[in-house]
Design a protein around this ligand. Structure first.
Ligand code: AMP
Ligand code: MN
Ligand code: MN
Ligand code: MN
Length: 297
């Protein structure tokens, strides 16, 4: 195993590949372990694990990505090694998706008023009527790109959907501590995803979050990420050491919905060391003992 990728999305949320295609891409790229971490849904996990059984050379890690809010900023928690059938988790995810449905309708109404009407039967929203679908702004971006001739999904975000833009609607998001608790209840470990942004000095912010949430059960931080250069990785690794956190990493692959990011290699320079898996699994064993959910990840 020469690399791993512990952050990817399928078409069950805002990626363009099926869970099976993700595992096949991982096998073809020599990615030895891959986590499926869809936003607010675990609907893809059974198919993902099934595909993993056909590709024993790829270790498949069941995961999820939860958006939270702290100090007026969005903070994303990836859960790894989760049991997708845990009732506490499935009820929480249903609550999150219900919030998305309410927000999506508000976004649709705003777009209508702005002269960019879209309808739920647009192919970009295929499957949106299913309870397990996790529909969000990228689906709107795809629909608008095709219908109104925007060159890229990014340009739709920049014109209409980003925070501060006319069709932006905030989500009501839980506190990070709640997401951590739910991930632990499902036998998983909580990873703070993309903790810093390239070219922005966020040392103080990253320290503040790790200092606060490490005692509240945060297990790990993403030290390797598509948008990180060596400086970001060095900063996250240094702070992880300071706050006794394990390190994870992944590409945040969305298939055709983020065309410059490849599975396993990100924007070209990403290489998540396979050795990280051991540290993450050790955390998981310790957590499961604490929540009385024994078993190896
Ligand atoms: P939502 O969960 O509906 O708020 O949508 C968030 C998702 O949209 C993220 O997971 C990204 O995939 C994508 N996204 C968020 N912000 C941007 C942005 N500024 N430009 C492009 N894509 C974005
Ligand atoms: Mn996304
Ligand atoms: Mn995220
Ligand atoms: Mn993600």
């Amino acid at each position: 195993m020469n690399r791993i990728d512990l952050h990817t999305h399928s078409c069950c949320s805002d990626g363009s590949c099926t869970p099976t295609e993700l595992v096949e891409l991982a096998a073809a790229a020599g990615v030895g372990a891959i986590a499926l971490t869809d936003h607010d849904t675990v609907a893809g996990i059974p198919e993902f694990l099934e595909a993993g059984r056909r590709h024993p050379e790829v270790e498949t890690v069941p995961g999820v990505e939860l958006s939270t809010m702290f100090s007026n900023r969005e903070l994303h928690m990836v859960g790894l090694f989760i049991d997708p059938e845990t009732p506490v988790l499935t009820a929480f995810l249903e609550e999150m998706r219900e919030g998305r449905r309410r927000r999506n309708e508000q976004i649709r109404l705003k777009l209508n008023a702005l002269g960019f009407p879209v309808t739920w039967d647009d192919p970009a929203f295929a499957g949106a009527d299913s309870d397990s679908a996790s529909i969000g702004r990228p689906h709107f971006a795809r629909a608008l790109m095709h219908k109104y001739g925007f060159p890229t999904m990014q340009s739709v975000f920049d014109r209409l959907l980003k925070r501060g833009c006319a069709a932006y609607v905030p989500r009501e998001l839980p506190d990070p501590a709640r997401a951590i608790e739910v991930i632990h209840a499902a036998g998983g470990i909580a990873v703070w995803a993309h903790p810093v942004y390239r070219e922005r000095n966020e040392r103080a912010w990253a320290k503040r979050i790790m200092r606060r949430f490490s005692p509240l059960g945060l297990d790990a931080v993403e030290g390797y990420y598509s948008m990180f250069g060596p400086q970001e990785t060095a900063l996250v690794l240094e702070l992880a050491g300071l706050y006794h956190l394990a390190v994870s990493g992944g590409s945040d692959f969305h298939g055709a919905n983020s065309p410059n990011i490849q599975l396993g290699s990100g924007a070209g320079g990403l290489l998540v060391p396979p050795e990280l898996l051991n540290g993450l699994k050790a955390r998981c064993v310790a957590r499961r003992a604490a929540v009385d959910k024994p078993g190896l990840p």
